[in-house]
Design a protein around this ligand. Structure first.
Ligand SMILES: [Zn+2]
Ligand SMILES: [Zn+2]
Length: 433
């Protein structure tokens, strides 16, 4: 395949007008007929001018010579110039970009078509820095919620049979899928696509970059990249309010370390604390804990030396869960859980909740499973802490479940079901997860 020399693309040539002046400076020729515009462009490749449209007065048309014809584009301005998605400081920049793009697209249509048929991506991983992680990742199987079958058994009253053998997920391992978080990006200097290895042409917005892992690809290639984003810790600026899956991928853990660390601390010294999770700690101190996690990550000090009051740690955990951009029980599945809670028959209700749990993203599922096991242990100290599964349901219902569209009425209407879902998950933690 012949390499394309971008220097062969036509250079832009301004055709100026001595009389008319506008935001386009002297490029604007007023309402001249198409034919006259053609004459001015004089068949010179890359020559361009701006005229007012005769068909739609008040709108501007960019006339540009390329491929031995005059191409006409409706030209827009909103502080920057554009004909399509990309915005430019000057019309000259816009034309330069257009000429390169047109050149590549016409002279190398075949080349572009072939670009994505033989991606380098799968063979190489996307950067040498991440290569080790990548090999590591590819060698692992996908961990997700396991399917538990409900079987009837005459010997026990509950129809739910727990398969304890399934509870064998190794700790501290993370193989969840995560989609890349691509944003249009302007690259300085020449860049090559990390999916197809081809040049990223254009002056600005040449491609997209994943803001979690830094992967750079063509916009068209971004649709072909697998959901294997491995967030870079340096790019994840916060711990709180960070997407749950993104955080666990960045830290390479099964669950968010905030959840693990807070639960560890609470189980160490707070299980008998009266009103655990119900009594709120000082909000400034809870805010301190949040800042400590955002700043120090897993090195954050949440020990008794730093925060003697366990309610601060419990409050920080609740805050973390409440501030997730996507709640632990995701917006998508919210109504499924609410509907499940409304089922009158206890057995079918539990099955419906279980169905919902299986659809959670793996990182969400693992977090919920761990949290429910912990809350179950909290209820074992009910005599001291006075926290029953129902009480905890009231506390954690609105924290773990938030309606996709917040309004006072749904929030009020769903409170009972939110409480019930959490209460049931605690009470039946052993069979549901
Ligand atoms: Zn990514
Ligand atoms: Zn590409």
């Amino acid at each position: 395949m012949a390499l394309i020399n971008l220097h062969e693309a036509p250079r832009p040539k301004r055709i100026t007008c001595p009389q008319e002046v506008s935001i386009f400076l002297n490029l604007f020729h007023g309402m001249i007929p198409r034919e006259y515009a053609d004459e001015l462009l004089a068949g010179v490749e890359g020559a361009y001018l701006i005229r007012e449209s005769q068909r739609q007065p008040g709108t501007h048309t960019l006339a540009l010579r390329f491929g031995h014809q005059t191409l006409n584009y409706r030209l827009f301005y909103d502080g920057k110039h554009f004909v399509g998605e990309k915005r430019f400081e000057s019309v000259h920049d816009l034309v330069t970009d257009a000429l390169i793009t047109l050149y590549i697209e016409t002279k190398a249509a075949e080349y572009i078509a072939k670009m994505t048929t033989n991606p380098i991506y799968e063979h190489l991983g996307y950067t040498s820095l991440l290569k080790d992680k990548m090999v590591h990742r590819l060698s692992r199987g996908r961990t997700g919620p396991r399917r538990v079958t409900f079987q009837r058994d005459e010997r026990i009253s509950s129809p739910l049979v727990r398969r304890s053998a399934l509870k064998d997920t190794p700790e501290n391992q993370c193989s969840y899928e995560k989609i890349h978080n691509f944003k249009v990006h302007t690259f300085r200097g020449p860049h090559w696509c990390e999916y197809c290895a081809n040049f990223m042409w254009g002056l600005i917005a040449q491609g997209v970059r994943c803001s979690d892992c830094g992967l750079n690809v063509h916009k068209q290639c971004s649709k072909l990249v697998p959901s294997d984003c491995q967030p870079d810790l340096r790019r994840i600026k916060k711990v709180f309010s960070c997407d749950l899956t993104t955080l666990v991928k960045a830290h390479n853990t099964t669950r968010p370390m905030v959840v693990d660390m807070c639960i560890r601390e609470i189980e160490l010294r707070g299980m008998k604390s009266e009103g655990l999770y119900r009594v709120s700690g000082f909000s400034e101190h809870i805010e301190d804990v949040r800042l400590a996690f955002d700043r120090d990550g897993e090195k954050a000090d949440i020990s008794a030396n730093a925060y003697a009051d366990i309610n601060i740690i419990a409050g920080a955990l609740k805050l973390y869960l409440r501030d997730l951009p996507i709640p632990v029980i995701t917006f998508d599945l919210y109504s499924k859980f609410i509907q499940a809670a409304k089922i009158p028959n206890a057995e079918s209700r539990l099955e419906a909740i279980h169905e919902g749990l299986l659809q959670l993203p793996p990182a969400h599922y693992e977090t919920l499973r761990y949290l429910m096991a912990h809350l179950k242990r909290v209820t074992m100290f009910e005599k001291d802490n006075l926290m029953s599964a129902e009480n905890l349901g009231i506390v954690f219902g609105p924290t773990l479940m938030q309606p996709p569209e917040q309004n006072a009425l749904t929030t009020l209407n769903d409170m009972r079901q939110q409480k019930l879902v959490v209460q049931l998950m605690i009470e039946h933690e052993d069979v549901l997860f």
